[in-house]
Design a protein around this ligand. Structure first.
Ligand code: CP
Ligand code: NVA
Length: 314
């Protein structure tokens, strides 16, 4: 039986892992994905490195990809999951994060939390004695971006020097794109309406690492010569669905006209769920440059690496 180390690491943001660990995660994900190409999806990898381990998936917001991909990732690593929804657990009745963290730490081997306020996941990590993984907060979505980097590399685009263009809302997903840019040495052109810019802290973080981050309000300029075009919903979970916001976002739709300004081999990414006809046109979403379903599948492969790193096994 495999000797398990006591080491555990929280993955609240990409910087918790850092450049070398993210590179190692991507390399391991590529290897594991290739090694099991046509296997049944629930079959464990040959080494089953997390055999006996249990991951709690705690949700204070809806999810399809994060929930299913963590479940399948754990099965493939030889472990299991259990799911707690805020609405059907004591968390939803006001039990504190601190107590929840301490109880879960006695019962499971790792915790993934999807929540609103980022301070809640910091509180969970502070009180947990097992790894805590960020499955999305209002501030960031680091697991998504490990999958996105994997997807870009699979489509034969090296990360250093890559020109990534973001369109629309300056949200949690963009924050993690910016953090990744600094760590993995790529550049980001951000095109948002005025008033919907990302947190300047993430922009400064990326710039301080040497990445070129261009902030602007012109979608065409951001798209010109880009390698990767990315967008996300205009209205994130927990945000007001305001007509004024939709109107402000309209010029930032990723459509065929915008794609035509990018490099001919540029790819289109979207973390999903998509609102086709809003942030992305039907022809781009369904078109040959769209790699969104590779990206969704890669949530499994990327998160296997995140889990292994969190357990000190990568
Ligand atoms: N992209 C993503 O995190 O999807 P879910 O909200 O379905 O988990
Ligand atoms: N920005 C979106 C991402 C969903 C996966 C949200 O927070 O709702």
């Amino acid at each position: 039986m495999m000797e398990h180390t006591q080491q555990h690491r929280h993955f609240l943001d990409l910087g918790d892992a850092g450049t070398d660990a993210i590179a190692a995660m991507i390399a391991d994900a590529l290897d594991r994905k290739a090694a099991r190409a046509d296997w049944p999806k629930g079959q464990a990898d040959t080494d089953a490195p997390l055999a006996g381990r249990v991951l709690a998936l705690v949700f204070e917001k809806n999810s399809t990809r994060t929930r299913v991909s963590f479940d399948i990732a754990m099965r493939q690593l030889g472990g299991t999951v259990l799911i707690l929804e805020a609405g059907s657990s004591q968390l939803g009745r006001g039990e504190s994060i601190a107590d929840t963290a301490r109880v879960l730490s006695r019962m499971v081997d790792a915790i993934m939390l999807r929540t609103d306020d980022h301070a809640k996941i910091e509180e969970m990590a502070k009180h947990a004695s097992v790894p805590v993984i960020n499955g999305l907060t209002d501030r960031s979505h680091p697991c998504q971006i490990v999958a996105d980097l994997l997807t870009v590399i699979e489509h034969r685009k090296a990360l250093p020097g890559l020109e990534v263009a973001w369109f629309g809302d300056g949200n949690n997903v963009l924050h993690s794109v910016l953090e990744a840019a600094g760590l993995m040495k790529f550049n980001v052109r951000v095109a948002t309406p005025e008033g919907f810019e990302p947190d300047p802290g993430f922009v400064e973080m990326a710039r301080s690492c040497g990445s070129v981050i261009t902030m602007g309000n012109n979608a065409s300029e951001a798209a010109a010569g880009a390698d990767v075009l990315v967008t996300d919903t205009w209205i994130s979970m927990g945000q007001d669905d305001a007509d004024e916001k939709r109107a402000a976002m309209a010029p930032y739709q990723v459509n065929a006209e915008l794609m035509a300004k990018a490099k001919p081999d540029a790819v289109f990414l979207h973390c999903l769920p998509a609102h086709v006809g809003e942030e992305v046109s039907q022809d781009v979403f369904e078109g040959p440059q769209s790699v969104v379903f590779d990206e969704a599948e890669n949530r499994i492969h990327a998160q296997k690496s995140v889990l292994l790193w969190s357990f000190g096994l990568l």
